[in-house]
Design a protein around this ligand. Structure first.
Ligand code: HEM
Length: 333
């Protein structure tokens, strides 16, 4: 009798725990650092660091938003992208154009001085990305924290997991789904391309030899094709120039829905961007985002929060690094 009632209590306890974890979904939560660092407001302090850098160089907003994506998609949001060393994620070709490491370092330095060993680099990445979205005119969103830092970073994993600019839409949807992100998350997150630049080598095949036809991508906006050919000549003597994702100079570093509007008139620069505008799998979402500035404004932050949950380390997993560029303990693999 006694053992039966024990079993019932245990079963009820397990059901309750399951319900609680389902309600909260993620082990992270908003305000994790409250009270963990005396009375200091960690997020506000980091905001100040980013703002100071942003005032000198507004292009860092794009770098910092991209940095969080490249971290989360490889090994989860564990700051593995920040680790220095031979053959780490950083050294993988698609990561060579990442920007903003020095901003993360500066933020870490400030918080380490105030309360050493408390704030993870993975959380700093999420906080600087949110700050960047806001400084670039996007809507403020509450960022979840409580991540810990990974100790492993491999170039091979970055090469295997970072999406290529020519990836078919269906494959990109699968990639994001494998990280627990929906198709809508994917299309909204690609709106990161509403800020920043890309280099000619990422899309010049669309100008000169689209899918080995020896011709340009016939669906590219004619005026844009003409402009892009000027910036990215066939023989560029190794210059590999940059172009902005968005045409309007006022939008170059502004989080707004210009990117989606351009997609509907065949002015997407990367093949993947152009393709989400055309694919029947994603076209209706692109239209919604293009027609309603508020929709993108309200949805980008929540999609970033979803991305920030991918493969996080919590509890006693991982560690809190002293420097974002090095694991506290040497791990040989
Ligand atoms: C299938 C998914 C994606 C692909 C294939 C992709 C590809 C690229 C490529 C090729 C570049 C230009 C790199 C260069 O030329 O140096 C770029 C830039 C950028 N990406 Fe993505 N991206 C993807 C998703 C995302 C997501 C989800 C975000 C953010 C949430 C993002 C944010 C950015 C930003 C902000 C830049 C500009 C960086 C700068 O100006 O410094 N991308 N991306």
């Amino acid at each position: 009798m006694r053992s039966t009632s024990h079993s019932v209590v245990l079963a009820l306890g397990l059901i309750l725990l399951t319900l609680i974890s389902q309600c909260y979904g993620s082990p992270l939560y908003v305000g994790y650092y409250q009270g963990k660092c005396w009375n200091h407001n960690i997020e506000k302090i980091i905001f100040g660091v980013v703002k100071e850098k942003f005032e000198k160089d507004p292009t860092i907003v794009a770098g910092l938003i991209r940095l969080q994506f490249h971290d989360c998609i490889v090994r989860g949001c564990d700051a593995s992208v920040l680790l220095d060393g031979p053959k780490t994620e950083k050294t993988a070709k698609p990561n060579l154009s990442l920007k903003g490491y020095e901003v993360v370092d500066a933020a870490k330095e400030v918080v380490e001085k105030i309360c050493p060993g408390v704030v993870s680099c993975a959380d700093i990445l999420a906080i600087v990305a949110r700050t960047s979205v806001f400084l670039a005119g996007g809507k403020w969103y509450y960022v979840e924290t409580g991540r810990r830092d990974g100790v492993v970073s491999k170039e091979s994993e970055a090469l295997a997991n970072l999406p290529s600019e020519n990836m078919p839409v269906r494959d990109a949807i699968h990639l994001f789904a494998s990280r627990g992100l929906t198709k809508e998350d994917f299309v909204i997150l690609l709106g990161g391309h509403t800020v920043g630049v890309t280099h000619c080598d990422k899309f010049s095949h669309r100008l000169y030899n689209f899918h080995n036809t020896g011709k340009s991508d016939g669906r590219m906006h004619k005026g844009m094709l003409y402009e892009m050919k000027k910036i990215c000549p066939r023989k560029d003597n190794g210059h590999n120039n940059k172009v902005y994702f968005t045409y309007n100079p006022r939008s170059h570093y502004r989080i707004d829905n210009t990117f989606y509007k351009q997609l509907l008139v065949n002015q997407g620069v990367l093949e993947i961007d152009a393709n989400i505008g055309r694919s029947p799998l994603t076209n209706s979402i692109v239209k919604k985002l293009a027609y309603s500035p508020d929709y993108f404004y309200n949805k980008f932050g929540p999609a970033m929060v979803n991305m920030g949950r991918v493969g996080v380390l919590t509890g006693n997993q991982g560690e809190i690094r002293k420097s974002c560029r090095a694991a506290n303990y040497y791990h040989k693999y």
